[in-house]
Write a protein that binds this ligand. Structure first.
Ligand SMILES: Nc1ncnc2c1ncn2[C@@H]1O[C@H](COP(=O)(O)OP(=O)(O)OP(=O)(O)O)[C@@H](O)[C@H]1O
Length: 594
């Protein structure tokens, strides 16, 4: 049904310039500007809405696209299509340069950084003599398509809206892929994604560059529509307006870009006409009202208007609602990693210490884990167990000591590099992406088992691999007993089940060493038994399992060996029975447990 609505929308768009009379030229112009703005806002939906990276500087990239073509076509007589390629290349270079500098900054430094380069580029356009200074450049030739020069707004309409629709489809495809899951993890899930092997810095650069290129195409189109450019439309004010469009439309929703651009463009135009008449004097009153409307909308609909609108429409017309249950298609199994021999030492922790300022969370701790065994790390609260997990998995490297995984030192490697070698983990404080389905969350675990990149994803050339990744993820979810929750939002499950989803995610990586941080917390008796059964099975398949757990019955019934920690130090190590009888352990930790 959704497809039908889209086709109807596309038909309506295609007919618009034909059915509008000559007297309605204004509406064609308005539609052209909405299309141009929506293209920039689309980039911001990806960058800010989905990726969580706020940019006020997109107007500057619009300027790069506009000035590149204005200058090259007027000064050197280049064809506009050649300048498009150059403009995109120039934007990529500028975006990579600015991205490398600014994307490292967290918190409010990133938006400030984007403001800084937004202003710099704006003044650069105004101060380069070849660009006509603040007066600008005129005489830009029209774009020709199949020998037809697109001189009128009506002709140009098609070029703008085809570019926008292609952008929307490509962005939607991208978000619905392996790379899309990685991008969606950027907002609030960086540590988890890195531990699953995702190179988050790379994906930040990718979305930054893609958003810049959408802006550049918009600028290129703008220059050939107007046939004249000056720096004004590329100022910081316009950059802020683009951000408003994305936020008001619906930050995380691709169609929100179009809604936001449409609403803001029409509202501004309407207010510009209406307010001077109402107030009886001219002035920029629309800016004041516009600001107040923005605050009101942001207050009432934090995720923007698209989700609100969609929910309303779906209530009135239920057939339009997306099918949340979906289906996981059969697919060929992904190749499996070769497992080490059962009994081989796969992890060796040697004299590992971790200090946080004056606090020593781990002090010269050593132990090993073998393939095909369950090693439990136990100890009272604050003993340093989770810190040890972070040292081993590269999330927070040790201050001193060595961690050897599969006979190679890994203590200075990034967590994604360690994940690539076959270590996978869960977190004590569950790190799922709550609005994403259980299936999508688990598929992040399988990230390293795919190789198709964002270009393949945008063009839908990744479907075969994607089917295999989803099939494998569904298999792991079934395996941990959550088959009926495949399409539920991960955040809607009880905490105990969310922990199990984390185990499925870790298993989707096909690890040879599994690090589980309190997997049984929040589980009922039968669920714990099922979990213990699963872990025994994995052990039987040759997997090494390192387990932090407070439930002593669970640990003692499952573990092959136990390491006890207290105050950051190793207190004891041995078989569960030895540990249970060790007087030091009984006194310091187990106390009443017989
Ligand atoms: N990032 C950090 N910065 C400063 N101190 C930290 C940090 N992480 C852990 N600590 C401290 O290190 C000590 C060990 O904490 P850790 O979480 O490793 O213990 P734990 O054995 O896992 O405890 P629990 O069973 O309660 O999870 C605690 O005193 C904790 O406050």
């Amino acid at each position: 049904m959704r497809r039908l609505v889209l086709i109807a929308f596309a038909l309506l768009l295609a007919l618009l310039p034909v059915i509008l009379p000559d007297s309605a030229e204004f509406y064609v112009t308005l539609a052209n500007y909405i299309g141009l703005y929506a293209l920039v806002a689309l980039g911001l939906v990806l960058l800010t809405g989905v990726g969580g990276l706020t940019s006020f500087g997109q107007a500057a990239f619009v300027g790069v696209g506009a000035y590149a073509t204005a200058w090259l076509t007027t000064a050197f007589g280049w064809s506009p299509w050649a300048t498009l390629a150059v403009a995109l290349a120039a934007t990529t270079v500028v975006a990579l340069f600015l991205g490398f500098i600014t994307l490292r900054m967290g918190g409010h430094y990133l938006p400030l950084g984007t403001i800084a380069w937004g202003i710099s580029l704006y003044f650069l356009f105004g101060n380069i003599e070849a660009f006509g200074g603040h007066t600008g450049l005129g005489g830009i030739p029209p774009v020709s398509l199949f020998g037809i020069a697109l001189k009128s707004g009506r002709e140009f309409f098609y070029l703008i809206w085809i570019a926008l629709m292609l952008g929307i489809v490509a962005t939607q495809n991208l978000l619905d892929s392996r790379d899309g899951r990685a991008i969606r993890a950027l907002k609030g899930g960086v540590v988890m994604a890195e531990a699953m092997g995702v190179n988050t810095a790379w994906y930040k650069i990718v979305i930054f560059t893609v958003a810049a290129q959408f802006a550049c195409v918009s600028g290129w189109l703008y220059a050939h529509l107007q046939r004249f450019v000056n720096p004004t439309p590329f100022s910081l004010t316009q950059g802020i307006e683009y951000l408003f469009m994305a936020v008001i439309g619906g930050v995380g929703h691709v169609w929100g870009a179009l809604l936001g651009a449409g609403l803001i463009t029409i509202l501004k135009q309407w207010l510009q006409d209406l307010l001077p008449k109402l107030l009886g004097q001219s002035g920029n009153f629309e800016v004041i009202v516009f600001g107040l409307v923005m605050i009101f909308v942001l207050h009432r609909a934090r995720d923007g208007l698209w989700p609100v609108l969609l929910a309303r429409v779906e209530r009135l017309w239920p057939a339009l609602a997306a099918n949340a249950s979906g289906r996981v298609a059969e697919a060929e199994r992904l190749p499996k990693r070769e497992m080490p021999q059962a009994g081989d030492t796969i992890l060796e922790v040697r004299e590992v210490s971790k200090r946080f300022g004056g606090l020593t969370a781990n002090n010269a701790v050593s132990f090993t884990v073998r393939a095909g065994e369950v090693m439990a790390l136990i100890g009272p609260n604050g003993a340093g167990k989770s810190t040890m997990f972070n040292c081993i998995s590269g999330v927070n490297p040790p201050t001193e000591g060595e961690v050897r995984f599969l006979n190679q030192r890994v203590e200075r490697l990034e967590s994604r590099e360690i994940a690539r070698r076959g270590m996978s983990r869960t977190f004590q404080h569950v790190r799922l992406l709550p609005t994403m389905s259980v299936l999508d969350n688990v598929a992040i675990g399988a990230h390293l088992r795919g190789s198709r990149n964002f270009v393949h994803a945008s063009c839908r050339l990744d479907r075969d691999e994607e089917r295999r990744l989803r099939h494998e993820s569904a298999r792991q979810i079934e395996r941990v007993g959550l088959g009926e929750h495949l399409f539920d939002a991960a955040g809607s499950l009880p905490l105990g089940k969310q922990r199990i989803v984390e185990i499925a995610r870790a298993l989707a990586a096909d690890p040879c060493l599994l690090l589980l941080d309190e997997p049984a917390a929040g589980l009922r008796y039968l669920e714990k038994q099922a979990l213990a059964e699963l872990l025994r099975k994995l052990r039987g398949e040759g997997m090494g399992i390192l387990l932090v757990e407070h439930d002593m019955d669970f640990v003692m019934g499952l573990a092959d060996r136990v390491v006890v920690m207290e105050f950051g130090e190793k207190l004891a190590e041995g078989l569960p029975k030895q540990i249970q009888e060790d007087p030091k352990v009984l006194q310091a930790y187990l106390g009443g447990v017989e």
